[in-house]
Design a protein around this ligand. Sequence first.
Ligand SMILES: Nc1ncnc2c1ncn2[C@@H]1O[C@H](COP(=O)(O)OP(=O)(O)O)[C@@H](O)[C@H]1O
Ligand SMILES: [Mg+2]
Length: 394
Amino acid sequence: MRHLIGLLLGTEEDWPTAFEAIMREATDGFDVERVTIEPFNLRDKPRHDVVIDRLAYWYYHPREWLKKIAMMDDVYVLNSPFTFQAMEKHTAYCALMRMGIKVPDTVLVPYKNPLDNARYAYTSARYNRPFDLDEIAESLGYPLVMKPYDGGAWRGVSIVRSPAELHAAYDASGEMLMHLQKAIDGYDAFARSLSIGAETMVMKFQPELPMHSRYAVDHNFLSPQVGDEVVTISRLVNAFFRWEFNSCEVLVKGSDVHPIDYANACPDVALTSLHYYFPWAMKTLVKWTIFCAETGRRPRIDLGTREYFEIEGDYAERLAAYRRLADDYFETERYHEFCATRLPHLDQVVRDWVAGPAFDDLLVDTVRHTYPPGEHERFVEHFRGLMTLWLKEN
Ligand SMILES: Nc1ncnc2c1ncn2[C@@H]1O[C@H](COP(=O)(O)OP(=O)(O)O)[C@@H](O)[C@H]1O
Ligand SMILES: [Mg+2]
C-alpha cells in the first residue's frame, strides 16, 4: 500500500526540498506532494495519509480543509488545526499554570484603544472598570514584559523597566490585547526546544544575536536534570494540546525552568536558523511521518485535559507523571522500536545526503534567497562550516 504525504506550504523552500529528498531515499511506498488550494466539497475523500501544515495558521481556506480532513477522514495532521486556532499563547499559559509549571506571573490587560465595533463604546461605558496600570505593574514587580496575548515573531514585545516605559508600551499597544508578564531578569540560559512527535531537541538560544547565530551549537549548556525538565515541559505542552511539531522557549534561572512561549503553530525550521540542527529536524520529521502513516496512528482531535489536571503530588512527582502521559500519547517506546527496526539505515541516508552535492546546492540557494548579494560568500562559508562540524560529529 502506498502512502501519500501532503505538505501544506507558504513561502518555504529549504526544508520541503530536504524533506522530499530524504523521503525519496529513505523508503519505498511513499509519495510526497505539495498541497494546492482549491474549492473542495465537504464530502470529498482526500488522498492523503498525513499532512504537514505550515500555512493554516494564517489562511482560513486551507485551515478549514485541514479541519474537514481531520474531522471526517481521519487524516493525520501536524499540528491539530483545532487547538492551534483556539489555544493561542494565553490558553497555553493557563494550561501550564494549572499544572503547576513555573510560568512567570502574568496579567491580561484590557485593550488600550476602543475596538472598531459600533457597540463597543456603549458596552465599555457600562461595564469596563477603571483600573490602575501602575498598581498592576508594581504588584508584579519590575522589570516586566508587555506582549500580545496571542503573540509570535516578537511582534509588539517590549521590556518594561519603569512606569514611563510601562505607559509608553501600553499606549503603543492600540488594539492589540496585551499580557503584562513578570520578566525573568538575569536568567542563566535561554533554551529553545524543537519537538517533532516523540523527539525533542533542546538548543541554546541567544535572542540578542542576529538570526543566523541565535542557535548556538552547545551540547552541555544545561545540567542533565534541567535538560530533562525542559524536555518534559515541551512534550507535556504538545501532548496536552495534540501538537506534534512545535517549539518551546524556556528561561532557566538557577535550577528553575520558566516557560514563556510554547504555542508555535509553525516553528522556525529554516536551514539558515537551525544549521547544525537542521539534519536532525529533517530526519525526525521523516521518521515521525513514516511512523504515523505505516502504523496507522489515529489522529486525536479530542483533548483529555482531565487526565492531566488530576495529577497530584510535589513538583518532581507531577513532572514524572506528566512525562508518562506525554510518552503514552506519543507512543514513545513503540516509536523508537519502529525506527530501530524499520528505519535503521536512515542515519546513513541523511549523512550521505548532507555530505553530497544536492544539499550543498540547497544551502547555496537558501543563502541567495535569504541574504543580500554582498553577504552570500560569507554566509555560504559560515553554514558550510557548521554542516562540516555536524558531519564530523555524526
Ligand atoms: N517573562 C519574560 N522574561 C524575560 N524575557 C522575556 C519574557 N517574555 C518574553 N521575553 C523576551 O521577549 C522575547 C519575545 O517574547 P515571546 O513570549 O517569546 O514572544 P513571541 O511569541 O513574539 O516570540 C523572548 O524571546 C524573550 O527574549
Ligand atoms: Mg518567542
